[in-house]
Design a protein around this ligand. Sequence first.
Ligand SMILES: *[C@@H]1O[C@H](CO)[C@@H](O)[C@H](O)[C@H]1NC(C)=O
Ligand SMILES: *[C@@H]1O[C@H](CO)[C@@H](O)[C@H](O)[C@H]1NC(C)=O
Ligand SMILES: *[C@@H]1O[C@H](CO)[C@@H](O)[C@H](O)[C@H]1NC(C)=O
Ligand SMILES: *[C@@H]1O[C@H](CO)[C@@H](O)[C@H](O)[C@H]1NC(C)=O
Ligand SMILES: *[C@@H]1O[C@H](CO)[C@@H](O)[C@H](O)[C@H]1NC(C)=O
Ligand SMILES: *[C@@H]1O[C@H](CO)[C@@H](O)[C@H](O)[C@H]1NC(C)=O
Ligand SMILES: *[C@@H]1O[C@H](CO)[C@@H](O)[C@H](O)[C@H]1NC(C)=O
Ligand SMILES: *[C@@H]1O[C@H](CO)[C@@H](O)[C@H](O)[C@H]1NC(C)=O
Ligand SMILES: *[C@@H]1O[C@H](CO)[C@@H](O)[C@H](O)[C@H]1NC(C)=O
Length: 841
Amino acid sequence: MSLLHLSFLAVGFLVLGLCHIDVRQPAVLYAWEGTCVQIPCSYNVLSGIKKLDHFIWYHNPQYDDENKRFDGTVLFDMSNSSKNKRIQFLGQLSKGSCSLLIHRVQVSDSGELGLRIMTPSEKWMARVQLNVTESAPQPHIQLPPRLQELQEVTVTCFLNYSCPNYPVSLLWFLDGQKVPAQVENSFIETEKVLTESKFTFIPNWTHHGKKLSCQLWHTDEQRLSEKIVWLDVKHTPKITIEASPHLEVKEGGSVTLRCLVQSSNPDVEGSFLWFKDQKKIKNWDEILTLSNVNWQQAGNYHCEANNEMGRGRSEPVHLQVLYSPRLSRVLPADISVTENKTVQLMCVTAAYPPPTNYTWYQDEKLMLGETKQNLSFQEVNRQQSGQYTCLAENSEGWGNISERARLDVQYPPTGVTVTIRSQTLIREGDSVTLSCSYEQSNPTVSRYIWRPQFSQRVRYPSNVLTIQSIPWNAEPVTCWACNIDCSQAAPVNLDVQYAPRDVKIILATPKSDIRSGDQVQLRCDFSSSRPRNVRYSWTQNGKSFHEGRYLNWSSISPEDSALYSCSVTNSIGQTKSQEWDLKVQYAPRHLRVSIVPGDVVMEKTSVVLTCEADANPAIDLYTWFDWKGQKIDNYGQKLALRPVMTHQSGAYWCQGANKLGTGKSGPATLTVYYSPETIGKRTALGLGVCLALVLLVLLGFQFVRCWRKMREEQAFQERPRGQGSFFVRKKKIRRPHTTAAPQSLGYYNPALEERIDYATLQFPDRVLSPRYLETSPVSLQTEDQSVTYSVLQKPSGGDYENVMPQAPPEDEGLHYSELIHFGERARPPAQEGVEYVTLKH
Ligand SMILES: *[C@@H]1O[C@H](CO)[C@@H](O)[C@H](O)[C@H]1NC(C)=O
Ligand SMILES: *[C@@H]1O[C@H](CO)[C@@H](O)[C@H](O)[C@H]1NC(C)=O
Ligand SMILES: *[C@@H]1O[C@H](CO)[C@@H](O)[C@H](O)[C@H]1NC(C)=O
Ligand SMILES: *[C@@H]1O[C@H](CO)[C@@H](O)[C@H](O)[C@H]1NC(C)=O
Ligand SMILES: *[C@@H]1O[C@H](CO)[C@@H](O)[C@H](O)[C@H]1NC(C)=O
Ligand SMILES: *[C@@H]1O[C@H](CO)[C@@H](O)[C@H](O)[C@H]1NC(C)=O
Ligand SMILES: *[C@@H]1O[C@H](CO)[C@@H](O)[C@H](O)[C@H]1NC(C)=O
Ligand SMILES: *[C@@H]1O[C@H](CO)[C@@H](O)[C@H](O)[C@H]1NC(C)=O
Ligand SMILES: *[C@@H]1O[C@H](CO)[C@@H](O)[C@H](O)[C@H]1NC(C)=O
């Protein structure tokens, strides 16, 4: 039979292969009463066939071998217009479509439908099964082979039915709840006629065993059929913990914890695992029993179990143990804080329920009123330094006293003072030692700062400062002692004592020039001195002179000119001023005329008279007078006579003036004698006349002599003291000049007639200083009334010879040579009836 069938099939394929018409349509179509059926159909006419002649749709066609034709109910005939109202041909020949629509199908419509296609040369029968049931069939649900929790799945619901004239929809329900479909399709195609709906979701363990249904609805009102599946979701064990009697237990009580498996697919395998605070407990049983509970057993517990899908764990449960406070501590345990800052100490304990009442102790002493967990100091002070402990209380009782915590309140040094370690009296330049001390400090002082710094720079200043050499004007000294901060001491005045400073001489009166006879006052000044108590002293040319602040002259004299300096002395020392040159101005004085080369000269030589004087300021105007009192014009300090003539013999004097006044000299006599030539001429002129004159001269001699004596005395008294002159007094008989040099053969000199001769020995002033003067021993001759003095010997050898003649005196006169002392010593008065001899140098 099957072999026959196979051969028939092979023949059929062969026929098909030869056939030139290809028809496509589904094999089976499903419908139920009252719905419609649309048969999708298409054909393809192969090349060579020009025209398609005939279409006939049969219901249950039967081939009649005898007639060589098909018999059956004709549903549709292309060439017979008589129409069945339920049948609608949808095909279009031009498009190759041969679809057929049957309305309001009935069960009797079930069966085989055949499509007969005829061309002039070919005939073809295509068949399709139609299965019409009384009621709508269940849709089909397609599930994946295995559902796992938390893995997304898509389930499909479908039905092999679709007809536009009778629309249906497929709705999803999960555990009775309508859930939306993600995809809804319907197909009417030659390959498939289908309505489908897809639902995507993530199943979890709660979906396990739940109902998933797909319902077939016509429009919204009519539910036609339903397909139900029971979900099998694989998942790990789902566990909870059950405590009995409950999760709060007093210390010493007991509690039981049970690990409950709510759901597991597949079933739990192996033992249970218990954990406290994530740490495994050695217990493999479903039940964990804790008896005689202590406070350390308080914590979070959970349990775990395994199945094929993996490990499931319970939510943790917290086991509360009620216990009195333990392990009390004060935090922070050791704190250093600056005074006046805010500090908070906290009492930390392990206790359940939390403590309600705290007791605080400072250095073992109860602090009244402090019952809070936190002990706060808004502005902590140094008395609050100490050891702190606390005690906590809860409903279960009191704990033990906590460990000690140390609070260290720090503050800058207090009572900082500077003290002087050295002797009480400090003198300028002394080495001074100061020390910086303080009363209290926490922490201890770490460094010191000194001000002012003086010269020495100490890198790490200590509390002792030594100033090597204190300046006179040292500023007050202060120090800072520093720990966390610095505190300053009150500055200490060192009160350095020192000798007077800046000593100087002030001319108080007069304001400018000092003139002879002025009232003069010098004052000694200084800028500062400590102690103030001072003494003044003065020196004149380096010699101690006077004590007192002022130097007063009621009438100053030129002799007071000198270098003065003053010294100011206090108990520390003495300071000397600079030397001050006191210069007294005075009118010219000690005027004197000197004659060069000498006061006895030969005529026609050159003679210079010099007016010598002492004046301050210097003389600015000189005036000369001759023996007649006549003023000689146009000369300065020197009066030059060149050549000198005999008639110019005579006495000359000069006058000098500065701004302070005028001084006058004594007369100086110039003797001019004739030259030998003139004598020769004159002798020849009249010896007789001479003889007569001799008589006259002799007469006048005595008179002139007397006059001369008087004048000399007068002149001598006028001579200034201290004058650098040397006088030799001697009665001397003027020798005739015949024994002298040839040129002294003869001359005229009225003074010579008087037998008086003067010699003046003049030394430059400097020679007069005592160190050049030596007094040779005086030889006193016992000859009656005849004494000779040897007066002066120049140390350098150029002796001044006593001008006494070699022969003993021929007359009754005395020979004196006298040394005038040029000091203040009074000169013995000149004696009468003596002659003076002036030795000229
Ligand atoms: C058309 O159909 C009617 C009824 O089925 C039938 O009697 C008639 O013979 C048909 N006509 C032809 C030409 O086949
Ligand atoms: C029609 O379909 C139903 C269900 O699909 C099936 O049980 C029945 O056997 C079918 N009938 C025919 C004639 O194929
Ligand atoms: C429905 O149609 C599909 C595809 O067209 C086919 O695979 C399936 O077997 C059909 N189901 C039934 C019950 O005929
Ligand atoms: C499982 O999934 C449903 C819907 O997706 C959700 O409502 C439910 O909370 C989920 N249950 C758990 C335990 O995740
Ligand atoms: C803290 O305040 C007091 C009072 O104002 C004051 O005397 C003390 O110096 C302050 N301490 C510090 C470190 O500032
Ligand atoms: C706290 O403890 C002290 C000391 O035992 C007690 O006097 C006080 O009443 C307690 N306060 C409270 C609120 O329990
Ligand atoms: C105590 O102080 C700590 C830290 O400052 C704070 O967290 C805590 O809340 C305070 N406790 C109370 C009871 O005020
Ligand atoms: C208090 O301290 C004692 C001695 O250390 C100890 O035995 C006791 O258990 C402690 N009490 C509490 C409540 O901690
Ligand atoms: C000098 O003169 C001043 C003021 O004129 C006076 O005070 C002082 O005593 C005088 N000194 C002497 C030593 O005369």
